[in-house]
Design a protein around this ligand. Structure first.
Ligand code: FES
Length: 101
């Protein structure tokens, strides 16, 4: 794994997420309480994108069938998904952020 620079912290509005392609993976980066969290953008249930789901605090709800995941840990909060999603470390320097993938 290695940190990859993706953009500026200000690119992501509070309470929303953005999709990035890194090394052939889709990664969703969310901003909650002014913190950035990076997770796999592909829902573990049936592969819908998560970045445009409904974000409530640290839980993202998949638009397809309503599974919910904790974006801090990747764990499933409610089904139909049963498999956690991957999470990725983020570091911030001089207003930009990098994801370790
Ligand atoms: S694809 Fe996400 S809940 Fe079904």
């Amino acid at each position: 794994m290695a940190f990859v620079k993706l953009g500026k912290v200000s690119d992501i509005p509070e309470g929303s997420g953005k999709m990035y392609e890194i090394k052939d993976r889709w990664v969703a980066v969310f901003k909650v309480n002014n913190e950035l969290k990076a997770v796999d953008d592909i829902c573990s249930h049936a592969e819908a994108y998560l970045h445009d789901g409904e974000l409530e605090n640290y839980e993202i709800e998949c638009n397809a069938h309503g599974a919910r995941f904790d974006i801090r840990t990747g764990k499933v909060c409610s089904g139909p998904a049963v498999t956690p999603i991957d999470t990725f470390p983020i570091r911030i320097a001089k207003g930009s952020f990098e994801v370790d993938i």
